[in-house]
Design a protein around this ligand. Structure first.
Ligand SMILES: Nc1ncnc2c1ncn2[C@@H]1O[C@H](COP(=O)(O)OP(=O)(O)OP(=O)(O)O)[C@@H](O)[C@H]1O
Length: 361
């Protein structure tokens, strides 16, 4: 599955940009501030409905009142047209000409994974960022996960609202909270167990760690010494006082370990970035192995902070996976030699795009 056409209007500096990407590597080359990341942002919207930079407030071109992103998605015998129109207050999503009420529908059409400056330090980011990665991976691999996650979020919201209202008696939302929560926990634990060999193998392919030195551990969001039910009972007083739920899968986290130590405390920034790439690649490989799905990958500032060997290893691994990739670079020399046989290079200048190298799709 790949994006065959991208049309973006009034997104930041992109007034009216249209191009036909190739099914494999698409390099976006240009100086700072020419619109490369904005193109990735538009593509990310097609897969998620949202921006990866912020909540999207600043996305609409300053002199415009609304922005539009349109894409044609092809492959695996499917063809979809996706459009997102956004003004300062509302967002309308259309799939194949029909308005849909939830961005979840976009996720089902085109799994998309972005590695940007803001999210490339997974190990040292917030637990919330790491939970998002877990949710991303599970949503695409496990058909029941989306529904479970929505159910859990609803139960958590309602449980917290009940706590804030300070009523007497038992919380009626404990049961759905426990049912959805334990379902999530089980799928997350299974996912991390299954993903770990993919992660350690990818790191080994990068030629850095011995497979047995690196590991992943899921922290459930409550003490493993007790059940979630017991944790809720023991937290009853402080949950009521605080007006929110202290223990549960909404507090889950993922720990990366090097031997027995937390890797985030030991590794350098560049190494953390490499481990972060390895984790995302492991998610892609697992998705491919389980569901036969190839995600679209966005790499902002390709390989920045990685040494040449690590960059080459990353490139080789990605090339072996035969995905559609969009990667931004500021200089031609950052496009690795030999990377162009199935690649297209597009130049970005003042928000305009033109094909520099490669066959027109
Ligand atoms: N709402 C907006 N309206 C108009 N222009 C905007 C708006 N928001 C940002 N810009 C401009 O759009 C450009 C955004 O560029 P973008 O971040 O896509 O550049 P880039 O090519 O990725 O640069 P870099 O290499 O520095 O990351 C900047 O020049 C910025 O000033």
């Amino acid at each position: 599955m790949h994006l065959a056409l991208v049309h973006i209007q009034n997104l930041r500096c992109l007034q009216d940009l249209r191009f036909k990407p190739g099914p494999r590597w698409n390099w976006l080359l240009g100086n700072n501030g020419q619109g490369k990341t904005s193109v990735l942002e538009g593509i990310f919207m097609l897969g998620t409905g949202n921006s990866f930079r912020d909540r999207g407030e600043g996305m609409i071109r300053l002199t415009a009142t609304e922005m539009l992103v349109f894409g044609e998605i092809e492959g695996d015998g499917k063809h979809h047209r996706v459009g997102i129109l956004r003004d300062r207050h509302t967002r309308t999503i259309k799939i194949d000409g029909q308005v849909v009420d939830s961005a979840w529908r976009l996720l089902e059409i085109m799994p998309i994974l972005a590695m940007t400056a803001d999210n490339s330090q997974i190990l040292s980011d917030s637990p919330q960022q790491r939970r998002r990665l877990l949710d991303w991976g599970l949503f695409h691999v496990e058909p029941r996960y989306g529904e479970l996650l929505q159910g859990f979020r609803r139960a958590l919201r309602q449980r917290n609202a009940w706590l804030k209202s300070r009523p007497a008696g038992n919380n009626p939302w404990d049961r759905p909270f426990l049912d959805f929560g334990l379902g999530l926990e089980q799928l997350r634990q299974d996912y991390i167990s299954a993903l770990t060999p993919y992660f350690t193998e990818t790191l080994a392919q990068f030629g850095r760690e011995k497979t047995e030195d690196a590991s992943l551990q899921l922290l459930s969001g409550w003490s493993r010494q007790k059940s979630l039910e017991t944790a809720l009972e023991q937290d009853a007083r402080r949950d009521l006082d605080a007006g929110f739920t202290h223990s549960g899968p909404h507090r889950a986290d993922l720990t990366f370990k090097w031997q027995e130590w937390p890797a985030a405390q030991i590794l350098s920034r560049g190494q953390i970035k490499l481990w972060s790439y390895a984790f995302r690649l492991a998610q892609l490989r697992y998705l491919r192995a389980q569901r036969g799905i190839r995600a679209v990958v966005l790499l902002d500032d390709f390989g920045a902070e990685l040494d040449p060997d690590a960059r080459e290893a990353l490139l080789q691994t990605l090339q072996g996976m035969e995905l559609q990739v969009f990667a931004t670079v500021t200089h031609q020399s950052q496009i690795p030699a030999g990377a162009s046989s199935d690649a297209q290079v597009f130049g970005l200048e003042a928000g305009n795009i033109r094909l520099i190298e490669g066959k027109a799709a």
